[in-house]
Design a binder for this molecule. Structure first.
Ligand SMILES: NC(=O)C1=CN([C@@H]2O[C@H](COP(=O)(O)OP(=O)(O)OC[C@H]3O[C@@H](n4cnc5c(N)ncnc54)[C@H](O)[C@@H]3O)[C@@H](O)[C@H]2O)C=CC1
Ligand SMILES: O=C(O)C(=O)[C@H](O)COP(=O)(O)O
Length: 383
C-alpha cells in the first residue's frame, strides 16, 4: 500500500511503514496529484479533505490525527465508501494544561488566587469537560455552556452563553467548528457577546478560530485594551489578523494541544483505526515506542504551600509565556503566515502534566490533593 502522511505526524514511520511505502508531505500544500496514488491518507487539521482533493484517487482510508474534523468532508467520504477516523480526545488534556498555565499566569499577575475566579467553559466535550473536572477538583467554581449536552442530560449544571458571560470571570471557548444544524458555532461568540464582556474578564479561545468573531474582538480591544484575550486559534490561519494578534494578551499559533503525548496518542489512534478498517492485526503500541521523558520527576517538600507547589510543577512542565514569546520571534523573523506554520513544525518538545512524576515525602495533605487535581502523577509513601 502507499501511505501519504502529513510531515507533522510523529512516529508515522514506526506505526505505518510495515504496511507499505510511506511518503511525508507538508499538509497545507497537499495536492490532488500528490495523493492520487495513495491508498491511505493521514492528515492534520491543515489539509482540506474533500472531493477536490480526492476525486479520481485510490484512497480507501483517511485518518486525521486531530480531535477537530471540520477540515474533512465526512459526508463525501462516506458517499465514496472511503473509511475515515479522527483521534477523539487525543490531546484534550494538553489543551487543559494550556488553560491551567494561563490561569496561573494571570492569577500571579493580578495577585488573585485560582479559586477566586469563576471559570465559564463553552463546549464541554473531551477538552472542556475534562478541563472542568480538573478545575473543580482544584476548588474552582465552573459554569458550563453546552446546549447539545444540556438538551440530552437534563441537568441543571448548564447555563446559557449570555448567563455564562455575565457570571464568569474567565470565558474559555472549546467548541468545534459546526456550520449547520441546531447548534452552529461559527461566530458563536458574536459581536454582542464580545461587547458584553467586562474589562476585568479574561477570554480564552482554543477551539477553532471561526467560533469567535475576530473583527468584533479587534474593534472591542481597540476601545478597551485592558480586556485580556488569549488566542490560540484564529480566523484565516496561518495568515492571521496582525492587528488582533498585537491586541491579544497571549497569542499562540494553534499549539494549545501540541504536547508530544497528545500528538503520539493521535498517531496511535489512527494506526488502530486503520488496522480495524483493513482487518489487520494491531501489533504496535505507543508504550513500546514512546521517547524517553527528559524531565521525569521533581521532589516537593511537605512544607511547600500548595499553590506554590502547583505553580512550580506547572511552570516546570509548561509555561504559556514561552510560546507567546516564541511566536513573536517567529513572526518577526519570517512574517506572520510563514512564522505561524514554522513554529508549529519546529515546536519544542512539550510533555503533558501527567508525565511529570511528583515525589512527595508524605502520603496525604493539601499539596498532594492540589497537584493530583491539576493532573500531575504523584509518587508518595504508602499510608
Ligand atoms: N487549540 C488546539 O490545539 C485544539 C483545539 N481543539 C478543538 O477543540 C474542539 C473541541 O474538542 P473536544 O472537546 O475534544 O470535542 P468534543 O466533540 O468532545 O466536544 C465538543 C463539545 O462542544 C459542544 N458544543 C457543540 N455545539 C455547541 C454550541 N453551539 N455551544 C456550546 N457547546 C457546543 C458539544 O456538545 C460537545 O460537548 C475540537 O473540535 C477542536 O476544534 C481540539 C484539540 C486541540
Ligand atoms: O486536535 C485538534 O483538533 C487540533 O486542533 C490540533 O491539535 C491542531 O493540530 P494541527 O492538526 O493543526 O497540527
Amino acid at each position: 500500500m502507499r501511505i501519504v502522511a502529513d510531515e507533522n505526524i510523529p512516529l508515522a514511520e514506526a506505526f505505518f511503514a510495515d504496511h507499505g511505502e510511506l511518503v511525508r508531505l507538508p499538509g497545507r500544500e497537499m495536492t490532488r496529484e500528490q495523493v492520487r496514488d495513495a491508498d491511505i491518507l493521514l492528515v492534520r487539521s491543515v489539509t482540506r479533505v474533500n472531493a477536490e482533493l480526492l476525486t479520481g484517487s485510490r484512497v480507501r482510508f483517511v485518518g486525521t490525527a486531530t480531535i477537530g474534523r471540520d477540515h474533512v468532508d465526512q459526508d463525501w467520504l462516506a458517499e465514496q465508501g472511503i473509511g475515515f477516523a479522527s483521534a477523539p480526545g487525543c490531546n484534550a488534556d494538553s489543551v487543559g494544561d494550556y488553560v491551567i498555565s494561563t490561569l496561573l499566569l494571570f492569577g500571579e499577575e493580578d495577585g488573585v488566587a485560582l479559586t477566586d475566579r469563576v471559570v465559564g467553559v463553552v463546549g464541554a466535550g473531551n477538552v472542556g469537560g475534562r478541563l472542568v473536572e480538573r478545575l473543580r477538583a482544584l476548588g474552582i467554581r465552573c459554569l458550563i455552556c453546552d446546549p447539545p449536552r444540556a438538551a440530552q442530560e437534563s441537568s441543571e449544571d448548564f447555563v446559557s452563553l449570555e448567563a455564562l458571560i455575565e457570571q464568569a470571570d474567565v470565558v474559555s471557548v472549546h467548541t468545534p467548528l459546526i456550520k449547520g444544524g441546531d447548534h452552529p458555532t461559527h461566530h458563536l461568540l458574536s459581536g454582542s457577546h464580545i461587547e458584553a464582556l467586562r474589562t476585568d474578564q479574561i477570554l480564552i479561545s482554543a477551539g477553532r478560530g471561526d467560533c469567535v468573531d475576530g473583527r468584533a474582538l479587534s474593534v472591542r480591544l481597540e476601545r478597551d485594551p485592558d480586556l485580556r484575550v488569549v488566542l490560540d486559534v484564529w480566523e484565516n490561519e496561518p495568515d492571521i489578523d496582525e492587528v488582533l494578534y498585537r491586541r491579544a494578551a497571549i497569542a499562540t499559533p494553534h499549539i494549545a494541544g501540541y504536547s508530544l503525548d497528545g500528538k503520539l496518542r493521535g498517531t496511535e489512534m489512527l494506526y488502530q483505526a486503520m488496522s480495524r478498517h483493513f482487518g489487520l492485526p494491531v501489533r504496535k503500541q505507543l508504550g513500546q515506542l514512546k521517547p524517553e521523558n527528559w524531565l521525569r520527576r521533581i521532589a516537593i517538600s511537605r512544607r511547600a504551600p500548595p499553590q506554590e507547589a502547583l505553580l512550580l510543577c506547572t511552570r516546570t512542565c509548561y509555561d504559556v509565556r514561552r510560546d507567546t514569546l516564541l511566536f513573536e520571534r517567529y513572526r518577526r523573523q519570517y512574517g506572520m503566515a510563514k512564522g505561524f506554520d514554522l513554529m508549529r513544525r519546529e515546536y519544542p518538545t512539550r510533555r503533558e502534566f501527567s508525565t511529570l512524576r511528583v515525589e512527595l515525602k508524605h502520603s496525604a495533605g493539601a499539596v498532594r490533593e492540589v497537584l493530583e487535581s491539576a493532573g500531575f502523577a504523584i509518587r508518595a509513601p504508602r499510608k
